[in-house]
Design a protein around this ligand. Structure first.
Ligand code: AHR
Length: 498
């Protein structure tokens, strides 16, 4: 099989915003407790954070980390998580029916996030709380001192303001499962007034309004239109959430998840621009895809059926090679929309549907999905170029006819390196990909790294942590302005041309 595409530096989509490679830390299951934080662990630092986990987070290098939820934030009292740890209350978290010990709160999280090289993206509770709790939190984190909440932060040991720039106005409030679920009109008013007040505390912050929890919500589209009509001038981004999983044995459809993500993104862009047109607004509202991943939701028992427990094992999905190929293709979709998607968060960071797994009092390891995410994040920096692969297609029951090869390219204009990210969705046959580089004739062969395996269901486990890793291939050929690389069957690929 053959496919072909042309790389031309003139066909610029946009500069990649590094925040496209963000992730998410929720107080859920073992993401925080026995994930990033475990005071008794052999590698724990003086603040109780695990050194082995921090090392893999640094390797993954997410520039932003959304915190503290998720559904958790809609019942959260942030004041419970500040001050001397011994005085912090253990509370019942209604989102995940868990005991929240509050041993990690905003001060510890922000300090840790910066130690691992990330900026916090903070969510406020617009489920059970509202304007007052939100503005107090901005005052606590962002004002230098001289007011009640900023002085309290200083008294709690952080003399300089945290200076948190990016804030989410609640989480998934369109969902009936959300504590404090709202209609679009109810949420729109609360988000608008909270945004206005938060900006009065710190006019430099950026704000994300909640979009739909997923694109199958009955209110999808009208929710975004209603919320943006009320908040357009007050917010910078609208959020998107989407989780993908294989249904039954329909792997072909699952592999087409990126096509679905393309359509989802384009629908939300259309709604944003509709509101812009109707309101004759100058600015553009951009997109924050602040929860995305593969998540086998059918394996999850549902929050109402959980026994109350302290940091229970929740949705610790073990990812296969196929899941990693899908994660890689979702990153291709995000990059292709770099002109409007400025922020994205792989949900979540550790243990909970995560690229990093850790055992209490035990080791840490990289899931299969770690690899495409880490490599795309490291090398997918620069200007995204429009590439239009021509090649075979296949039929899916979910997305109709989809291309076998999906690809995008990123041009680092300083170094001249072009990095191509490509997936071969054919489950049985390799595809020879011809890359036309006539407009960049000095490009030479670079590395070809691919993630594939003779067993597409293979996973990395505590016993075999490196069962699945990327392979370096030496198959790239050059002739007459064309570079050809062979994409193995069912694979994610990174091809560097320098
Ligand atoms: O990431 C897991 C959960 O998925 C989050 O708490 C929620 O926002 C979403 O439904």
């Amino acid at each position: 099989q053959h496919a072909a595409l042309t790389i031309d530096p003139a066909f610029r989509i946009a500069e990649v915003d590094p925040r496209l490679y963000g992730s998410f830390v929720e107080h859920m299951g073992r993401c925080v407790y026995t994930g990033i934080y475990e005071p008794g662990h052999a590698t724990a630092d003086g603040d109780g954070f695990r050194g082995d986990v921090a090392e893999l987070v640094r390797e993954l290098n997410p520039p932003i980390l959304r915190y503290p939820g998720g559904n958790f934030v809609s019942g959260y009292t942030w004041e419970d998580g500040i001050g001397p740890r011994e005085n912090r209350p253990a509370r019942l978290d209604l989102a995940w029916r868990s005991v929240e010990t509050n041993q990690v709160g905003v001060d510890e999280f922000v300090k840790w996030a910066r130690q691992v090289g990330s900026e916090p993206m903070m969510a406020v509770n617009l489920g059970t709380r509202g304007i007052d709790a939100a503005v107090n939190l901005v005052e606590y984190t962002n004002l230098p001192g001289g007011t009640y909440w900023s002085d309290l932060r200083r008294a709690n040991g952080t003399s300089e303001p945290h200076g948190i720039k990016l804030w989410c106005l609640g989480n998934e409030l369109d969902g009936p499962w959300q504590i404090g679920h709202k209609t679009a009109a109810e949420y729109a008013r609360l988000a608008a007034e909270t945004a206005r007040a938060m900006r009065r505390v710190d006019p430099s912050i950026e704000l994300v309004a909640c979009g739909s929890s997923h694109q199958r919500m009955p209110t999808f589209g009208t929710w975004e239109a209603t919320v943006l009509s009320e908040t357009y001038d007050l917010v910078d981004y609208v959020s998107l959430h989407s989780y993908y999983e294989q249904r039954g044995d329909d792997r072909g459809s699952f592999l087409a998840s990126g096509t679905n993500m393309d359509r989802f993104i384009e629908s939300v862009i259309a709604t944003c621009d509709h509101v812009r047109g109707v309101g004759q607004h100058k600015k553009r509202v951009n997109l924050a895809f602040d929860e995305w991943n593969v998540w086998y939701q059918k394996r999850f028992v549902g929050s109402d059926n959980l026994d109350v427990a302290t940091h229970p094992r929740l949705i610790e999905d073990e990812y296969s090679v196929v899941d990693a190929v899908v994660v890689g293709s979702l990153l291709i979709s995000l990059l292709r929309h770099a002109d409007r998607v400025k922020i994205a968060c792989l949900a979540q960071l550790v243990n909970v549907i995560a690229p990093i797994r850790s055992e209490p009092d035990g080791p840490v390891w990289r899931q299969t999905t770690f690899h495409p995410y880490a490599l795309t994040s490291r090398h997918g920096r620069g200007v995204v170029l429009r590439v239009e692969p021509i090649g075979p297609t296949y039929e899916t029951s979910w997305m109709g006819e989809v291309p076998v090869v999906d690809a995008t390219a990123v041009h680092d204009e300083e170094t001249g390196v072009v990095t191509l990210f490509a997936v071969n969705r054919d489950q049985h046959e390799p595809v020879a990909l011809d890359i036309d580089i006539r407009s960049l004739p000095s490009l030479a062969l670079g590395a070809h790294v691919a993630l594939f395996d003779e067993d597409p269901d293979a996973t990395n486990t505590v016993d075999q942590p490196d069962r699945v890793t990327p392979t370096r291939l030496a198959d790239v050929k050059r002739a007459d302005g064309t570079i050809t690389a062979v994409l193995p069957a069912l694979s994610w690929n990174m091809i560097q041309l320098r």
